[in-house]
Design a protein around this ligand. Structure first.
Ligand code: ATP
Ligand code: MG
Length: 678
């Protein structure tokens, strides 16, 4: 398989590539893309190296009219999977690209899934295709509707206003249709139109849209069973009575051939009879399995008569008590792909060794439509993070976090609650790229994407996390003035607001030091500092309590130093933030940090021993009064402190409880500084 992006592939990709309004222009360097209308400019440029990607290129699109779903400056990546898709389209292999995202509903989605979602929906979006959301629910004991609901919500959030027009769902309750194709009977379940977006052509043509739901592998249990019967009838599958332990033992090892099951030579009639009786519930769990008859000497262990069906007398979250035999992932997955008309079945590298089985199953059934193909890419591993759902579940069950959506969790719902936007996650997924090499991505890459995104959108506000009082002795008592403050220097359209200023203020405790080290440019006894948007002040007196703790600073303001005043341009080295004591509102600020203290928490031993004891600190902060109208869908930068967002549970009727703000991230990477020190 060709992995690198050749210019030819890029060209064919660009030609096949229907982002509305963008066409390929061969005259430009690097195979530049030109826009059909002048306000779109697209350019292929070499990708800067990240820790995970080396030889990729990125198509950087600046889509000024915003029609193509992403804000101006959109980056559309190029990678070996997209190259394959482009080549397939150019060769006329498919009329429309159809991908799928198939999570097992046994936990909440995490940032690794976000990578897969961005890839699968990104391809559908860039190539005018569809991406089905499918619950891969073939294991009755671990799956739950709570997970189905959270997965659906997370996917919709992550692709919202970006690829939601490509989301493939099906009518509620619908199961595959039986159709005739070329004289052969066939099962097919197409998607329905989800959420067509005005002025964007939906690639899905079925209408009108009924009530829809995700696809479920468990909706195909009838069809999967029929396909299993076909294999049995062809002598390609048999009922095996080996115990689970013996099945394992007989399978051998990669360096040792397997051993044939004594039940391998059963007649077709006997196999049919036993398989039907397995389905009818005549045998207990583990008593028998249905196995493919392939090759016990195959060097690929997955081809050594793999189990296709096992007996499980268990309620299933979607099919209830209807079934007591359940197909294995390998059997159900390729058939689900086929039934849904998937063209490119994209999964993570560990499934590469399963691909021969994927193909064997499909090729040995008489399937009349084109077969799907599987492609693999490296999963995301992120430093300072555990990603396996099993481990995340442990954190939840052992109450080491407050739930799946605890803002310290790497889950999509946790990141969302923490204030990370869908755009930042998509930018991250694009930046790290798609490769075939497993590696560890530095969490700083994610944090960088979050900061970049928030810097552009966050409204600046003044807040003091650890307050100390300042009294301006030369400022009239009872006087309040309103000072003008910029909402977002990155976005002039965000305008300004009025900040109340008065005689008593709060500043941050660590913006004052009695005996500071050299190069400390904040407040000290006898020293001067500028209050942001306000006056220069000088510290005259330090007031302490009986225990010697500083409780108040008595200062004088240079009343001419405000913006526009005679001494406004006077230079002082430090500028600090403040709030007016009389006007400040109290809020609960939850200061989150990395959940683990080491880069690879699950490298050895119990990952929980590396939990960061300081991953959450809660303080009562003093904030400028405009924050009482904070909105959960907006992002805030508390100046000099970090990015914050209103917690989703903090929308009580005004005044009934303090507002709760989650710190999404600090302004600077404090961990890098710590690491450098060490
Ligand atoms: P986990 O290993 O975390 O329990 P999983 O692989 O069992 O996850 P699934 O629900 O089966 O999770 O995954 C759904 C899809 O997401 C699959 O196609 C899988 O390949 C992909 N996926 C899962 N984890 C990652 C990851 N870390 N990076 C990229 N893709 C992932
Ligand atoms: Mg899985």
């Amino acid at each position: 398989m060709e992995e690198r992006s050749s210019p030819e592939l890029k060209r064919s990709r660009a030609e096949a590539h229907p982002i509305p309004g963008i066409r390929y222009s061969p005259q430009r360097p690097f195979g530049t893309l030109a826009a059909e209308d002048s306000c779109i400019e697209v350019m292929i440029k070499p990708k800067t190296e990240t820790n995970e990607t080396s030889s990729q290129n990125v198509i950087a699109c600046s889509i000024a009219n915003g029609k193509s779903g992403e804000a101006p400056g959109e980056v559309v990546p190029s990678d070996f999977i997209r190259d394959i898709v482009a080549a397939d389209l150019a060769a006329g292999k498919h009329k429309q690209i159809h991908t799928r995202f198939p999570p097992e509903p046994n936990g909440y989605l995490h940032i690794g899934h976000a990578k897969s979602i961005c890839l699968n929906f990104g391809i559908a979006r860039e190539f005018g295709g569809v991406c089905n959301l499918r619950m891969d629910d073939t294991n009755p004991t671990k799956e739950d509707v709570e997970y189905v609901d959270s997965i659906t919500e997370d996917v919709k959030w992550l692709i919202g206003d970006w690829a939601d027009h490509c989301l493939g769902m099906k009518p509620k309750g619908k199961t595959p249709e039986t159709q005739e194709v070329g004289g052969r009977s066939d099962y097919y379940l197409p998607p329905v139109e989800q959420s067509p977006i005005a002025n964007r052509q939906s690639p899905i043509t079925h209408r009108p849209s009924p009530i829809v739901e995700p696809f479920y592998a468990s909706d195909y249990f009838d069809q999967t069973y029929e396909y299993a019967l076909q294999l049995v009838k062809k002598g390609l599958a048999y009922v095996c009575d080996l115990s689970p332990e013996d099945t394992d033992k007989y399978r051998g090892a990669p360096d040792r051939p397997g051993q044939e099951s004594p039940w391998r030579t059963r007649s077709v009639e006997e196999n049919l009879d036993l398989f039907v009786r397995m389905k009818n519930g005549e045998f207990p769990d583990g008593a028998r399995t249905l196995r493919a008859k392939i090759d016990m000497e195959s060097p690929n262990i997955w081809m050594r008569d793999p189990v296709l069906y096992r007996i499980r007398h268990a309620e299933h979250h979607h099919t209830g008590g209807r079934w007591c035999i359940y197909p294995m992932y390998d059997f159900a997955h390729c058939l689900s792909d086929y039934i849904e008309g998937i063209t490119h079945s994209i999964c993570t590298l560990e499934f590469e060794v399963h691909r021969p089985l994927y193909d064997w199953i499909l090729q040995n059934l008489d399937l009349p439509r084109p077969l799907p193909h599987q492609y693999e890419f490296a999963r995301l591993n992120l430093s300072f993070t555990v990603m396996s759902k099993r481990k995340l579940l442990q954190l939840v069950n052992e109450k080491l976090v407050s739930g799946w959506d605890d803002p310290r969790m790497p889950t999509i719902s946790g990141l969302r609650r923490r204030g990370v936007t869908a755009g930042a996650l998509r930018a991250f997924a694009y930046n790290i790229g798609i490769t075939k090499y497993n590696g560890l991505t530095d969490v700083a890459v994610l944090e960088h994407a979050i900061r970049e995104d928030l810097n552009k959108r966050a409204l600046r506000r003044l807040a003091v996390l650890r307050p100390i009082k300042v009294v301006l002795t030369n400022y009239p008592e009872g006087k309040t003035e309103e000072l003008e403050a910029t909402n977002n220097p990155e976005d002039p359209a965000a305008g300004t607001r009025r900040l109340p200023f008065s005689r008593a203020l709060y500043i941050e405790q660590d913006d004052f030091m009695e005996s500071p080290p050299p190069k400390y440019f904040r407040l000290r006894p006898g020293g001067e500092v500028r209050l942001k948007y306000a006056y220069i002040i000088k510290c005259d007196e330090v007031v302490k309590d009986a225990g010697g703790r500083t409780i108040e600073l008595r200062c004088t303001a240079d009343l001419d130093s405000k913006s526009g005043g005679p001494t406004a341009n006077r230079k002082v080295k430090g500028t600090i933030h403040w709030v007016s004591a009389a006007h400040a509102i109290d809020v609960e600020a939850r200061l989150y940090d990395r959940l683990f203290t080491v880069a690879e928490p699950d490298a050895s031993g119990d990952f929980k021993q590396h939990l960061n004891p300081h991953s959450l600190e809660i303080v009562t902060a003093k904030c400028e009064p405009s924050l009482k109208d904070a909105k959960a869908d907006l992002r805030y930068q508390f100046e000099r402190l970090g990015y914050f967002t209103l917690d989703k549970n903090s929308q009580l009727p005004a005044g009934t409880a303090p507002l709760v703000f989650n710190r999404t991230i600090t302004l600077k990477d404090t961990w890098a500084k710590e690491a450098a020190k060490r």
